[in-house]
Design a protein around this ligand. Structure first.
Ligand code: GCO
Ligand code: MG
Length: 402
């Protein structure tokens, strides 16, 4: 099963995606997501110039060996560009292995540990009334978990709040949009919003909130405390994760569970958070954390430390990543939740897939492999459009975390 070709496909069906398609001499193909939002072409070049030439002629069955070859062989380890490129190769090889075995990938990972993958959707609106409507919309669709993001009075725009009902698309301009942020206004406003949502929807709906790296540890501790009466499933990315000692301080002050990890690329980015049990959910995902092989390693490590998975699943993770994530989600013992921001019709058309949503759960494909593909002809009709993530400034103009 030798690799004869590997194509890097960049397409923009409403947003940019980078996909790797690997072809073997016995006619099998596999796909992997390599999308790094706002920095797509860096990964495309890394793959085209530095990885694809290394793959030709290699045995596609040797997934672990190829992973080690690309990781150790680069010498310059880790980082989002390298790990997204390795992830794409790894994901495509699992797809091929599943097809060769005639089994969905989750069977190769040990089989099912659950009947379906519980997902959370995004209720976002400027006003509390708008949020209540959005949450009702999700519960009517069967969702058991909803992430709530709110506008903040006095701020023109806020992370996570958009005009679209089913998704939030922050990479909105060729040069970064600039937002203005105020921590005091935010901390004053958010608890009241959750109070209203809890009053309206009762104790059982699982509620989540994404802070998007904007607070200091002591501010996050205050937010966590003020949200305790509304028993959130998690408070996400409360602080930038570079300084992981910060999480210890948050932990000492609040019982609100903590989720982190969408910007992590390897086990080394979260090892301390996991082994000191400073977090409750690890949110790394297939495309940015080295593929199925490495993410499973992270989840296994998390499992022995009582930390559950909560994989990132925003629209910038393509249906190829989502398909792969679901095979892991359904098979690991310590699954927590899966984020599910829907893709647009144009995206779904370019990436035909057979995973599906029903009654609050996503179900992985039962087809051999991942159960997702890329329609290359259609993809070619959606050329790349430069789009970057926003920049955040405080009211006095200081650059802050976005
Ligand atoms: C999430 C994330 C996203 C990111 C986006 C960046 O929890 O879904 O925070 O909204 O901002 O994926 O590319
Ligand atoms: Mg997030």
């Amino acid at each position: 099963m030798k690799i004869t070709e590997a194509r890097v496909i960049v397409t923009c069906p409403d947003r940019n995606f980078v996909t790797l398609k690997i072809v073997t001499d016995d006619g099998l193909t596999g796909v992997g997501d390599a999308t790094l939002n706002g920095r797509e072409l860096a990964v495309a070049a890394y793959l085209t110039d530095h990885v694809v030439p290394l793959l030709i002629g290699r045995d596609a069955a040797r997934i672990e060996d190829i992973w080690q070859y690309l990781y150790r062989g680069a010498y310059w380890r880790r980082g989002p560009v390298t790990m997204s490129a390795i992830a794409a190769v790894d994901t495509a090889l699992w797809d091929i292995k599943g097809k060769a075995a005639g089994m969905p990938v989750y069977q190769l990972l040990g089989g099912r540990s659950r009947e379906g993958v519980t997902v959370y959707g995004h209720a976002n609106a400027e006003t509390v009334d708008g949020i209540l409507e959005e949450v009702a919309h999700y519960t009517a669709l069967g969702y058991q978990a909803v992430r709530v993001q709110t506008g903040v009075p006095g701020l023109a725009s806020t992370y996570g709040v958009s005009a679209d009902r089913m998704f939030y698309e922050p990479a909105d301009a060729a040069l970064p949009t600039e937002n203005v942020w105020s921590t005091p206004r935010y901390l004053d406003h958010v608890p009241g919003v959750f109070q209203r949502v809890r009053e309206e929807f009762g104790p059982h709906l699982r509620l989540l909130h994404d802070v998007h790296h904007r607070l200091t540890p002591i501010e996050a501790a205050r937010l966590g405390q003020s949200l305790e009466p509304y028993h959130l499933t998690w408070m996400e990315d409360p602080v930038p994760a570079e300084l992981q000692e910060g999480f210890r301080l948050i932990r000492q002050h609040t019982t609100t569970p903590i989720a982190v990890g969408e910007v992590f690329n390897t086990i080394w980015d979260c090892k301390r958070l996991i082994d000191e049990q400073l977090i409750d959910y690890i949110r790394a995902t297939v495309v940015h954390a080295g593929g199925i092989t490495h993410l499973r390693r992270i989840f296994d490590y998390a499992a022995i430390h009582h930390v559950r998975s909560g994989s990132h699943g925003a629209t910038d993770l393509s249906p190829v990543c989502m398909a792969a994530a679901l095979h892991l989600d359904v098979s690991i013992p310590n699954f927590g939740l899966q984020e599910y921001m829907r893709h647009t019709e144009a995206t779904d058309a370019v990436f035909p897939h057979t995973y599906h949503f029903a009654d609050g759960y996503l179900h992985p494909s039962e087809e051999p492999g991942l159960g997702v593909d890329i329609d290359e002809e259609l993809a070619a009709r959606h050329p790349y459009r430069p789009a970057q993530l926003p920049i955040n400034r405080l009211e006095d103009g200081t650059v802050h975390n976005w």
